[in-house]
Design a protein. Structure first.
Length: 386
């Protein structure tokens, strides 16, 4: 197959002009493609092709499509456009699911606890001003987003209180802090922060779970030393910044803490004793780098930052990730319990990209297509077998 023919196939795919069988061929092949193999041997293409056809729905034009698009053509098309950003179409269900047990995502849900002790369920609150405290106005500007605005700067600075926003499993929320910084909070996460940030003090917040930050520079723009730093304290580490975009994943049930930098510069400092706030030597991250903290030790690796912030963009994105790691993320988002009937399958590596806003069965079907695993849903439990 010539490169131009491959390109035309993918152009038709991206424009939505392929038949259902063509889409199934392209998408299922992409899911089975292993990025560690830059070029696929003919026998490998044929092997994957057989797996694809075994999973395909029985379309009436399937045989015609086979003649038009042989397996090696599909392989060439995918290889020719890797990196353009092909995403998966919703798969046909193959996961075992009782008819009355469809589990879908929840999305914008959170609870806000104010310094006064008042608790606001943001999911139920209407758009508009939620509270006025110490010269500060807190507004729900739309579903899934709140904004802090200082309306009396003297009053706000004189009496600083701490607020906490928490998301449940299956929930996410966005907050604009009083200094203009923006935070996107992932599922089962919480952020504790001052209601206002005085110019004379460092800005510091505490995160449990995962969040994406876009930090605004604060202070005298003409003198670098007078700019007020921003710090995020998480499980076992502190991240120091001035103005930048980054993601931190620090869930209590994960074995490591990941900090991924998209823009600017940050310094990551491991805390040897979190209670006493004692520190070890830190490391500086540049864009497209990720630090991984394990047992008070930091390591840096180059990474595609799209992977780290896929959740913010409404996607699951995995590349050669152990199934047990993937299922922890899936469980947090869909609020399910995962039960392994075969523990070894949790160590197997999987990859793919799919929307977070569909049914959990669609995610599980994708995983079934990319590896030797099967899922069965009973209530809010997902059983994993070989």
């Amino acid at each position: 197959m010539q490169k131009e023919e491959a390109k035309q196939l993918l152009l038709r795919y991206s424009a939505g002009n392929c038949s259902e069988a063509e889409k199934a061929l392209v998408e299922r092949y992409y899911m089975l493609y292993n990025e560690s193999e830059p070029a696929l041997a003919e026998d490998r293409v044929e092997e994957l092709g057989r797996r694809i056809y075994a999973k395909l729905p029985k379309y009436n034009d399937q045989m015609t499509v086979r003649k038009l698009w042989p397996m090696r053509w599909v392989a060439a098309a995918i290889i020719a456009v890797l990196g353009i950003g092909v995403v998966f179409y919703k798969s046909q269900q193959s996961v075992t699911i009782p008819a009355d047990q469809v589990i879908s995502a929840y999305a914008n849900k959170a609870v806000l606890k104010l310094a006064s002790g008042k608790i606001i369920n943001l999911s139920d609150a209407k758009n508009g001003v939620l509270a006025n405290e110490s010269g500060l106005e807190i507004t729900k500007i739309k579903d899934g987003e709140i904004l802090y605005k200082i309306i009396d700067e003297k009053s706000g600075i004189a009496s600083i209180g701490y607020n906490t926003i928490s998301t449940p499993k299956g929930g996410q929320y966005q907050i604009s802090l009083s200094d203009g910084s923006k935070v996107w909070l992932n599922a089962a996460s919480s952020l504790t922060y001052p209601s206002t940030f005085p110019l004379s003090k460092a800005r510091k917040v505490t995160l449990s779970g995962e969040a994406y930050f876009e930090i605004t520079r604060m202070g005298d723009k003409n003198h670098e030393l007078t700019k007020v730093p921003f710090a995020v304290v998480t499980k076992g580490q502190e991240v120091e910044v001035l103005g930048t975009h980054f993601n931190i994943s620090a869930y209590s049930n994960d074995l490591n803490v990941k900090t991924t930098l998209l823009e600017g510069i940050v310094r990551v400092v491991p805390l040897v004793d979190s209670d006493k706030n004692s520190e070890k030597d830190g490391i500086t991250l540049r864009p497209n780098q990720q630090s991984v903290l394990v047992d008070h030790t930091l390591k840096i690796k180059e990474i595609d930052p799209d992977e780290a912030v896929a959740w913010k963009n409404g996607e699951f994105m995995f590349r050669n990730e152990p199934l047990e790691n993937i299922m922890r993320e899936v469980a947090r988002w869909y609020d399910i319990e995962v039960v392994y009937e075969n523990k070894l399958v949790g160590k197997e590596l999987f990859g793919g990209t799919i929307s977070r806003f569909g049914k959990v069965s669609e995610v599980l079907t994708m995983l079934e297509l990319t590896g030797d695993v099967h899922f069965k849903i009973e209530g809010r439990k997902v059983f994993v077998t070989k």
